[in-house]
Design a protein around this ligand. Structure first.
Ligand code: PLP
Length: 377
């Protein structure tokens, strides 16, 4: 069971951000990297590229076909490969889509709590953020359709959707997305849909590509996705932009040339031959989200947790703990465990912390134990 039995000492040798930012007495459960080994087909593709000395500029080559075949198998999504463009990463693709399809100063709607670059990237290309926060829906979260409509009626014509949603873990239903597409149609809104976590939808939920609801209505959309989360290759720099609008005919060559060629080879291998690995990752995450539920109930009373429908990020409501305005800082200082800080996901979310469960059950138990000890003092 390669995923159930991870060696912390070996993980500490990794030089990626997750394992190298904090000192060795801290257990990291923050940035969106998983602790699992690379998929065998990805390792092989990378080794072969090194053997060939094949580290020059990237060419799309087999990537569009490999991605299109994966999207068909995984989501039942039929895509014309001519509409698939490679970009270095998803957020770079978001920036490029904004630059190519919207005006400077345009209002861009997002839904906090949200992956922090959703604030930073539109701002970096001089677009204005309009936050329509998700609404609490019992123990869970939902899109605020009335809020979206108000934002569009007030002039916003671009919506940056995150589906599956980071950090709340929602995989929005077809009905929810149809309602979004109906409102987008009424106001002529362009929807940029970040679907980077889509391959990691967990049992019980389904990923609905936004194209399923935009295309029948003639809503302009751009979908961004990548093998980088599901196969844990974010540092290799290769993502896919799917132009679901006639307004986007191509992506500048300079952008395509910025893709990492090793990322391209790894993505082709992942999409083609990474199915068994993905199934193992999903099975492990399914176990971990249930285990976290048990552990929170037993060890962290006061923390509110709702199991994610997709991926490996969990959003913990720590407001009942009385830890001040940065619970993650308290867990770090007293428990030596690193979570992501809630307020980075939107100012109103200071009482939350994001916990990464993309690891083994044993490490997850240790993470929670450190959190428990932080609260016990
Ligand atoms: C929703 C979402 N979008 C984008 C990214 C970053 O992707 P990339 O590195 O391809 O820009 C992440 C990373 O965690 C994410 O969670």
């Amino acid at each position: 069971m390669p995923f159930g039995d991870l060696d912390v000492a070996a993980l500490r040798k990794r030089r990626s951000a997750k394992w190298s930012v904090y000192p060795p007495d801290v257990l990291p459960a923050w940035v969106a990297e998983m602790d699992f080994p690379l998929a065998e087909p990805v390792r092989a593709a990378l080794h072969e590229a090194v053997e060939r000395g094949d580290a020059g500029y990237p060419r799309e080559g087999e990537l569009p076909d490999a991605f299109v075949a994966f999207a068909q198998r995984a989501f039942g999504w039929t895509i014309d490969p001519a509409r698939v463009f490679m970009v270095p990463d998803v957020m770079d693709g978001v920036a490029k889509a904004l630059e190519l399809l919207t005006e400077r100063g345009a209002q861009v709607v997002i839904n906090s709590p949200i992956y922090p670059p959703f604030f930073a990237v539109p701002a970096a290309v001089e677009r204005r953020i309009v936050d329509v926060p998700l609404r609490r829906d019992g123990e869970g979260w939902a899109l605020d359709l009335d809020g979206l409509e108000r934002a569009f009626a007030a002039g916003a014509r671009t919506y940056l959707l995150c589906n599956p949603h980071n950090p709340v873990g929602r995989a929005f239903t077809r009905a929810e997305l149809e309602a979004v597409a109906d409102v987008a149609k009424r106001y002529g809104v362009l929807v940029i849909s970040d679907e980077i976590h889509a391959p990691l939808v967990l049992p019980g939920a389904t990923h609905v590509p936004f194209a399923f609801v935009s295309e029948p209505r003639g809503v302009d959309a751009v979908v961004l996705t990548s093998a980088s989360k599901a196969w844990n290759i974010a540092g290799l720099k290769c993502a896919q932009l799917v132009a679901c609008t006639p307004r986007l005919k191509t992506v500048p060559r300079s952008v395509r040339y910025s893709v990492g060629i090793f990322g391209l080879f790894a993505s082709v291998a992942a999409f083609r031959d990474g199915g068994p690995y993905l199934a193992e990752v999903i099975a492990q995450l399914d176990r971990n989200r249930a285990l976290l539920g048990e552990l929170v109930a037993r060890e962290l009373p006061g923390v509110r947790y709702r199991a994610p429908e997709a991926s490996y990020l969990t959003w913990l409501d720590c407001s009942a703990l009385g830890l001040g305005d940065d619970p993650a800082a308290v867990f770090l200082e007293r428990g030596k465990v690193a979570l992501s800080r809630g307020r980075d996901f939107g100012a109103a979310n200071a009482q939350y912390a994001r916990l990464n469960i993309g690891t083994s059950e044993a490490i997850l138990r240790e993470v929670v134990d450190r959190m428990r000890r932080a609260l016990a003092r």
